[in-house]
Design a protein around this ligand. Structure first.
Ligand SMILES: Nc1nc2c(c(=O)[nH]1)N[C@H]1C(S)=C(S)[C@@H](COP(=O)(O)O)O[C@H]1N2
Ligand SMILES: [Mo]
Length: 372
């Protein structure tokens, strides 16, 4: 029996919201900060305006397969086991806090972020949560390197896969119980830069973001960063899971790194006054490298102007930029931003379609209205 699962959320246990609605998410989701999609909530980009580098915990997007469990840290255990470990062992919350910690500034971004643009810009709907660009956030994560825990548990030289499992309820998809949310990470990545995080922006992880501990897998799609960690299996044979063999894959390979994207810190359908200069703020990011160039167009890509980099980010984080815009006349416009990272990866005009709508990296048309 797993005694660490306290007060698991169930349908009878869902947190009522101020508006009288029910939500599988614990924190408040005020409409000026979030667009709610079922058990998920995306951050509104206008709520990023004026923020510093990190997205505060109160407005960080949430992607839940079921709902947020409330876990008692005093009885919680993180169990490491499997054929790839010589010294299987459990860690308490206190154990984790006592180990040497590191911090990393990095994004967590859903593989489906931008999915709705397959329909709205490319005319082909993809199945899944219809995110615009708010399925991303950057935070300062503190925790213990996963490699430290794997070393303490005696990882063997022939281990190949590390499989973290969440303590949230089992996920039932179309009547099929897929079990607890879990997804394998190859040993090379697990030993590289993965963190077992217990702190987000200087506070204990909020319940919605994985309290008491979650993985943070820099550069990789969000599903790799398993929340509410309870169990990590290490194996000398590959460890498949539905989240690597059925979903979150393209063709023959499980998805790993994120693509390049850019967003304006503006409401959808923002309004501007004509006849004067405005400053447009935005952010660009990539799972494969540092952003080196950002350009903006307001004439459907006929001309592009370089944006000014306000704050550089590390690989796995994002870059903040701005650019001046003097709308020539009243009317409706689409604002476009595109970025390139230091591996040469950029943003295409069209993203190759896939039925699940993963990795939309195309240039987004952000609609704005200019009034006289
Ligand atoms: N245990 C568990 N971990 C999970 C999930 C989940 O539903 N359960 N969702 C994953 C997905 S798809 C994403 S995009 C990120 C979202 O992290 P956030 O909710 O903290 O923003 O968590 C990942 N980790
Ligand atoms: Mo995701």
């Amino acid at each position: 029996m797993d005694t660490s699962r306290q007060a698991l959320c169930t349908l009878g246990d869902i947190t009522p919201l101020a508006g009288g609605g029910m939500s599988p998410i614990v924190k408040p989701l005020p409409p000026e900060l979030f667009v709610v999609h079922g058990s998920c909530a995306e951050t509104r980009w206008e709520a990023m305006r004026g923020l510093g580098y990190h997205v505060p915990n109160d407005r960080f997007f949430v992607r839940n397969h079921t709902c947020t469990p409330l876990i008692d840290a005093s009885t919680w255990r993180l169990r490491l086991h499997g054929s790839g470990l010589r010294a299987p062992r459990s860690f308490t919350y206190e154990d984790l806090l006592a180990l040497p910690s590191t911090t990393v500034d990095c994004a967590i971004e859903c593989a489906g972020n931008g999915r709705s643009f397959f329909a709205s810009q490319q005319g082909r709907r993809a199945s899944g949560t219809p995110w615009r660009l708010g399925g991303i956030g950057v935070a300062r994560w503190r925790g213990v390197p996963l490699s430290t825990l794997l070393d303490l548990a005696g990882i063997s030289g022939d281990a190949v896969d590390v499989l973290p499992t969440g303590l949230d309820p089992e996920y039932v998809d179309n009547g099929v119980n897929l079990g607890h949310v879990r997804r394998p990470i190859p040993v090379a990545k697990a030993l590289d830069d993965v963190l077992v995080a217990y702190e987000m922006n200087g506070e204990p992880l909020p319940p919605d973001h994985g309290f008491p501990a979650r993985l943070v897998v820099p550069g990789w799609i969000g599903i790799a960063s398993i929340k509410w960690l309870g169990d990590i299996e290490v194996s000398t044979a590959p460890l498949p899971s539905p989240w690597s063999t059925e979903t979150y894959r393209l063709g023959s390979e499980p998805l790993t790194t994120q693509v390049v994207k850019s967003a304006f810190e503006l409401p959808w359908n923002a309004t501007f006054q004509s006849g004067r200069a405005h400053v447009l703020y935005g952010r660009s990011w990539s799972g494969t490298g540092r952003i080196v160039r950002v350009e903006v167009s307001a004439d459907h890509g006929r001309s592009w102007r370089p944006a000014r980099i306000r704050q550089d980010g590390p690989a796995g984080g994002w870059t903040l930029w701005d650019v001046e815009w003097s709308p020539p006349e009243a009317g409706t416009y689409a604002l476009n931003a595109r970025a390139v990272d230091d591996t040469g990866a950029g943003q295409p005009l069209r993203t190759p379609y896939n039925t699940m709508g993963y990795l939309f990296g195309g240039i987004v048309d952000h609609p704005v209205t200019v009034v006289p």
